[in-house]
Design a protein around this ligand. Structure first.
Ligand SMILES: [Zn+2]
Length: 636
């Protein structure tokens, strides 16, 4: 294939392809390279190089991919964590953006379409490239939503794109086996729908699109008929005239849902089913209601028509950003096998998209990101770590190499792309961060209470006080100097910034240092290990988004992370607890020094690469001047 340069750039050395694989653990890659299990990556290393790629502080996806896109530190782009708080009210919100539902005029037509408001600021390097005439294809890009306008290219946003309810992903679990206690228990990221069979048929209403004719949160409901043949272990599903008959352990094809919100406004969604059981009891899983690519509730591609074009090319496809059903697997609404089957299908779909777009030869920069590597590591780590509290020898035999299998698939994709490169093309294979085991959880707020920095309303003894209320409710702010929210962030209760702050700005630095010193010495009484490798102060960040910077950011050592309770701002009784969640591998608040990702290149690059350097590297290779706000360096 002959290389064709962009019309308006001079000094272009060739085209650039970046394949992003979220959260690849370099130590496992090293072992697999050693054993010859990754032939294409091995060839790539020989041809160019293989290095650790330095991540961000913290090394988590929203932060790292935002740094990748904007070539700036989090103090500039504003994405520090999955969660952030409003300092005035202490109310938590999503750390990367928020969906806003459509608004109707009195006649039922749309007055204001649904939209997504991102908190990220800054200019992605592909927008700079586009302004210089380069043709960019940015595919399945995490945490870059809404998609950027591109004059000469196309973009397909991924992570960050919500479901039609406006959530990250809300699954549905339908069964006749739910007891009243099941129904009282809430699911994280999902909903139970009890089935009542009359003979072989049950009908249940699925709450889908937001009913924006009502002021309170209500959802439009569409019924689904479920007909079971318990002897043959088969289920027939019927939704708005579409039928499918499924055996157990089988994924359905896509169903289209139509929610008539008003006479003039209809929301369409798509979903798939998986039958878990059709015998004594019936268990049917349905993934979240995703945007229909022909008429998406919120545009997620550039140009807008690109989402329909992809449907015409491939049929219906996943449009949700949180593309894998992690919540369902964690809570046993889905099995490991069903999850892995979906991983294989989703990776193959993105592989096809990448290769087809590459083959069109109408581009100068092609970026394509795969997130399966991260999700499999999060959920299958306990099968590969005999020291994990959830380790199960028998299941480890079945799933202990699930992650290696995902890496083999990654290697295949890399190989297919390598075959299609032109002579002068630069190929980078990257991951945004690495991975560690998550065996033990640290309750940061409980520790802050025990050390006298955080006070609970109505409880005066710091040695016994606790607070199980989520979202920073129940604390006595007049007696509080520091609090934790999110995956690794600690905030001071600062006067002038926090609504009820008591720490004066001149006391802030000494207090940060005091906390830093004490946290470094925190030992888990059960293992006698130090839990925290390093703690970073807000001074590691700089830029226009500092209002949302944490005052302290934890850098855990191997095996440790903040507990789920900490993430939500609560403080259970114990300072440490075993991690009994299938979410068993993690990186989100690991120290950056032990959380590097990978960088493979087909050419020799400068040493000590960091994720912040990649945008500058691309522009340099394309012969485009590097803007002065870029904080990284070119590696070519
Ligand atoms: Zn990531």
């Amino acid at each position: 294939m002959a290389w064709s340069g962009a019309a308006q750039t001079t000094g272009q050395r060739g085209r650039v392809v970046i394949l992003g694989f979220d959260g690849v653990a370099p130590a496992i890659i090293d072992e697999m390279l050693e054993c010859g299990e990754l032939p294409n990556l091995s060839a790539l290393r020989k041809q160019g190089q293989y290095e650790r790629l330095r991540s961000t502080i913290p090394p988590q996806s929203p932060t790292a991919w935002s740094t990748f896109a904007t070539c700036t530190n989090p103090g500039a782009h504003g994405v520090f964590d999955f969660l952030r708080r409003d300092p005035k009210t202490y109310l938590p919100g999503v750390g990367f953006g928020q969906a806003h539902h459509a608004q109707l005029a009195t006649d039922g037509s749309v007055a204001k379409p649904a939209r997504f408001e991102t908190v990220r600021t800054g200019t992605p390097f592909w927008s700079t490239a586009d302004a210089h005439g380069a043709r960019c294809k940015i595919l399945s890009m995490p945490f870059c939503f809404p998609p950027d306008p591109l004059k000469h290219g196309r973009m397909f946003s991924s992570l960050g794109v919500p479901d039609i309810r406006g959530t990250t992903s809300m699954f549905f679990w339908m069964s006749d086996a739910f007891s009243s206690s099941d129904l009282q228990q809430s699911l994280s990221g999902g909903m139970r729908l009890p089935l009542t069979f009359s003979g072989s048929k049950a009908t249940v209403k699925v709450p889908g699109a937001r009913d924006i004719t009502k002021t309170r949160a209500a959802y439009m409901e569409v019924p689904i008929d479920i007909i079971v043949d318990r002897k043959a272990h088969r289920v027939t599903l019927d939704v708005q005239g579409q039928h499918a008959e499924l055996g157990v352990h089988q994924w359905s094809d896509w169903f289209v849902w139509t929610f008539p919100v008003s006479a003039q406004f209809t929301v369409q969604a798509i979903s798939r089913f998986y039958v878990l059981e059709a015998a004594e009891h019936v268990h049917v899983y349905m993934n979240c209601l995703q945007f229909h690519p022909d008429e998406p509730y919120i545009t997620f591609t550039t140009p807008k028509e690109y989402s329909r074009e992809l449907r015409e090319r491939y049929g219906l496809y996943k449009t949700i950003g949180w593309v894998f059903d992690t919540h369902a697997l964690r809570q046993d609404a889905l099995t490991e096998d069903a999850f892995l089957e979906d991983v294989e299908q989703t990776m193959s779909w993105r592989q096809r998209l990448t290769l087809d777009e590459m083959a069109q030869a109408d581009w100068d920069l092609l970026v394509s990101v795969f997130t399966a590597t991260d999700r499999v590591a999060h959920l299958f780590w306990h099968y590969r770590d005999p020291g994990h509290p959830l380790y199960d020898e028998e299941k480890a035999r079945a799933y202990g190499r699930a992650l290696e299998n995902a890496y083999v698939k990654m290697d295949t994709i890399v190989g297919e792309v390598m075959h299609r490169l032109a002579e002068k093309d630069l190929l980078l294979v990257i991951s945004d961060h690495g991975f560690n085991s998550f065996r033990r959880g640290f309750n940061v707020n409980t520790w802050l209470i025990r050390e006298g920095y955080l006070a609970v309303t109505g409880q005066s003894d710091p040695q016994s006080a606790f607070n199980e209320e989520a979202y920073l409710r129940g604390y006595d702010w007049k007696r509080t100097r520091a609090y934790a929210l999110g995956l690794g962030s600690i905030y001071l209760n600062l006067t002038g910034r926090e609504g009820q702050g008591i720490v004066s700005p001149e006391d802030a630095e000494p207090l940060m240092e005091e906390l830093r010193g004490k946290l470094k010495g925190v030992k888990d009484p059960q293992t006698q290990e130090f839990a925290i490798k390093d703690i970073y102060t807000r001074n590691v960040y700089k830029g226009a988004s500092m209002t949302h910077a944490p005052d302290l950011e934890l850098g855990y050592t191997f095996n440790y992370q903040s507990t789920k309770s900490t993430v939500k701002g609560a403080a259970p009784r114990e300072v440490f607890e075993p991690n009994m969640d299938k979410w068993s591998g993690d990186h989100v608040a690991s120290d950056v020094e032990i959380s590097s990702g990978i960088l493979f290149a087909n050419q020799k690059l400068a040493p000590d690469p960091a994720i912040i350097d990649l945008g500058s590297t691309v522009l340099d290779y394309l012969g485009i001047p590097i803007p002065d706000w870029h904080e990284g360096k070119s590696l070519v």
